[in-house]
Design a protein around this ligand. Structure first.
Ligand code: CA
Length: 224
């Protein structure tokens, strides 16, 4: 999952980022509404965590602009003031959930999981293929009803591919998903993780390489 943290206070942003990185979510930070809009224009996110008190345009106007631009990604608002009037205003402007500061990391993670699960909608966040069932929020892969263990990196790859099952995912997008601020990525990281993921999927699903384009997750036997 990719999360955009919109918070100008470094201490809070660090704590949020640490909590989510521990959950193997990939995090990008923006210290203002303008920086956040630029990040959203440049990449895809599954969730935005938005502080109300931002310099310049505040968090609530940011959410209004986001909704005005037709973006539907779930948003969790962080605020020091959490009166009923504040909640109503934020929800009216298009926020999905609220968390009052100070908060505990496990609660933040749980709220984020719930929002993403809800956004994945009626399926309850579970994507089904013929032999595979992939629970994105619960991070669980089953092949023929048997649980299969994946590493964090393998998950990130599978998540990217499965959200666009049957469609091409570019190598850049996969590399972006694997990138971690504390770790160097080797040039062939995508190939390495694709091949590990293929080994785990066995014959239950195919990750097809499309030269120069990227990769595609398919049901076995799909014509090229
Ligand atoms: Ca702030």
């Amino acid at each position: 999952m990719r999360v955009l943290i919109v918070e100008d206070d470094d201490i809070v942003a660090d704590a949020v980022a640490r909590g989510l990185c521990a959950e193997h979510w990939s995090v990008k930070r923006a210290a203002s509404a303008e920086a956040a809009l630029a990040a959203l224009a440049a990449g895809e996110f599954d969730l935005a965590i938005v502080d109300v008190g931002l310099p310049g345009s505040d968090g609530l106007s940011f959410i209004r602009r986001l909704r005005g631009a037709g973006k539907t990604l779930p948003t969790l608002v962080l605020t020091a003031r959490c009166t009923l009037a504040d909640r109503v205003k934020a929800l009216d402007l298009g926020a999905d959930d609220f968390l009052a500061k100070p908060f505990e990391a496990p609660e933040l993670a749980a709220r984020c999981r719930a929002l993403v699960r809800r956004a994945h909608g009626a399926q309850g966040g579970v994507i089904k293929m013929r032999r595979l069932s992939i629970d994105l929020a619960g991070r669980r892969l089953c092949i023929d009803q048997q649980d299969v263990e994946l590493t964090a990196r393998e998950w990130l790859m599978l998540e990217c591919l499965v959200k666009r099952v049957g469609l091409i995912v570019s190598k850049e997008r996969l590399l972006q998903a694997l990138a971690h601020p504390d770790q160097e990525m080797s040039a062939n990281a995508v190939e390495v993780h694709v091949s590990r993921l293929r080994a785990k999927l066995g014959e239950a699903a195919v990750i097809r390489s499309l030269r120069g384009l990227g990769y595609r997750l398919e049901e076995p036997g799909t014509p090229p």
